[in-house]
Unconditional design. Structure first.
Length: 435
């Protein structure tokens, strides 16, 4: 079912270097074949010889590969790929904003999958929880105190419900406390009618969340406790024709700014030409009365429509993922101007801060690598080989102890062997976002 807003691009784009790729369209490359064959041999040879508990605490990145259902585990201090075990699922936007600090002991990865969210133990990379929401698209975020997971569901929409679609959407609160008897259970639900809640971001106190509502043309402010919508703010008029279509958002770690990605702009006669897009910079110093301070458009230097963003830990700059130009766009938040572009080598729709928040890790779908951006230098330090079509990433402080089966299946999947159930993240036509 095609359930994006009426008039939006219903294809991934023209055939170019920024399009999502079929991981095995041209067969398996010799380098990957050799690497995987070696990994298979190593896996078989150590099977049954691993200690029962060898997990370590160390700065780690988890990168989820949509093409082969593996997760690439990266040493975030040495910036080296360690392994790519098979987990039989994937995630486009795992919950990652506040669970990234180096002193965090949180050991769960929450993955957005079609129909709900799944929790994976970082020690074993095995599933420890699964919550069904009833909607294909789901976008989670963990509260700063690591007690709750908020999930917006149903956000990729037409502006009006189709006959076979539900006429309501929801925002769900889940118990995310691993020590709680209620871990993984729904503790609150807000029914939003047909507003299209897409993405959720929290300010650092954890008291308020911000939810762009693409079909409703509003920004909803949600209090975490009590769990309710405090207010809705109209996102205003588009810079040009059409609608604003707010769909993704990221709050600054300092709590005074919120970035909102908009899908605004008229679609022309050529369906391969995407909407213009824009980036809203909102003042949330009073979280119950957010105000859009600036809106950055193509006329201001945006190279293509932004999909998502990450705010620097100092709040001075933001990094916009602008896949149409195969770059990450740097924005000066003080002046709300485009400050530069970083070539990451292909199409990327998301990124995640490492545990120390000094480096930004960007999965590049069309290059099968992760670009590592040094925040202090504002440059790409290196690239790290990943699996097929890496899409989402999340930081942690646990070095997983995978088993021989996970490693063997990971190697086979990398070779193109059909293993597991091949559960998909919700990515219609390769687009894993609400725009």
């Amino acid at each position: 079912m095609d359930d994006r807003p009426e008039g939006t691009d219903r294809r991934c784009g023209s055939a170019s270097s920024t399009d999502p790729i079929d991981p095995f369209a041209s067969g398996v490359g010799r380098r990957r074949l050799l690497e995987s064959s070696v990994a298979v041999g190593a896996t078989v040879s150590v099977s049954g010889c691993l200690s029962e508990d060898t997990t370590e605490r160390a700065q780690t990145m988890y990168v989820f590969n949509n093409g082969d259902r593996t997760v690439t585990v990266i040493d975030a201090e040495a910036d080296e790929r360690l392994e790519s075990p098979f987990i039989d699922t994937t995630a486009s936007f795992p919950a990652n904003q506040y669970g990234t600090s180096a002193d965090s002991a949180y050991d769960v990865c929450w993955l957005n999958v079609s129909g709900g969210v799944r929790a994976f133990d970082q020690h074993t990379l095995e599933e420890v929880g699964h919550v069904e929401t009833g909607y294909e698209p789901n976008y989670p975020n963990l509260t700063p105190d690591e007690q709750h997971l908020l999930v917006t569901s149903g956000g990729t929409t037409t502006l009006e419900p189709a006959p076979d679609e539900p006429e309501t959407h929801t925002i769900v609160r889940i118990d995310a406390d691993r020590e709680s008897d209620g871990f993984g259970t729904v503790t609150g639900e807000i029914e939003t009618e047909y507003t299209g809640p897409c993405d959720v971001s929290l300010e650092p106190s954890g008291e308020y969340a911000f939810v762009p509502e693409i079909a409703n043309e509003t920004l909803a402010v949600v209090s975490v406790e009590p769990f309710e919508i405090v207010t809705r703010v109209d996102v205003g008029e588009p810079a040009g024709d059409g609608k604003v279509l707010p769909f993704m958002a990221t709050a600054a770690f300092g709590g005074d700014l919120l970035l909102v990605e908009n899908g605004e702009g008229e679609l022309g006669s050529d369906p391969a030409v995407p909407r213009e897009g824009s980036e809203g910079v909102w003042d949330i110093s009073d979280p119950e009365a957010p105000v859009e301070r600036e809106r950055i458009t193509r006329d201001d230097g945006l190279p293509s429509a932004p999909i998502t963003s990450e705010v620097g830990p100092d709040g001075e700059v933001a990094y916009l993922f602008t896949p149409g130009a195969a770059v990450v766009t740097v924005v000066d938040l003080e002046s709300a101007t485009v400050a530069g572009e970083l070539d990451v080598g292909g199409r990327s729709i998301s990124g995640a801060w490492g545990p120390s928040r000094e480096k930004l890790y960007v999965p590049v779908q069309t290059a099968n690598h992760v670009a590592v951006i040094d925040h202090a230098q504002r440059e790409v330090l290196t690239t790290i080989d990943a699996g097929e079509s890496p899409t989402g990433a999340v930081a942690g402080t646990v070095r997983p102890d995978t088993d021989a089966s996970q490693r063997l299946l990971g190697s086979l999947s990398t070779l193109g062997v059909d293993v597991g159930d091949q559960e998909l993240s919700f990515c219609p036509d390769g687009n894993c976002y609400c725009g």
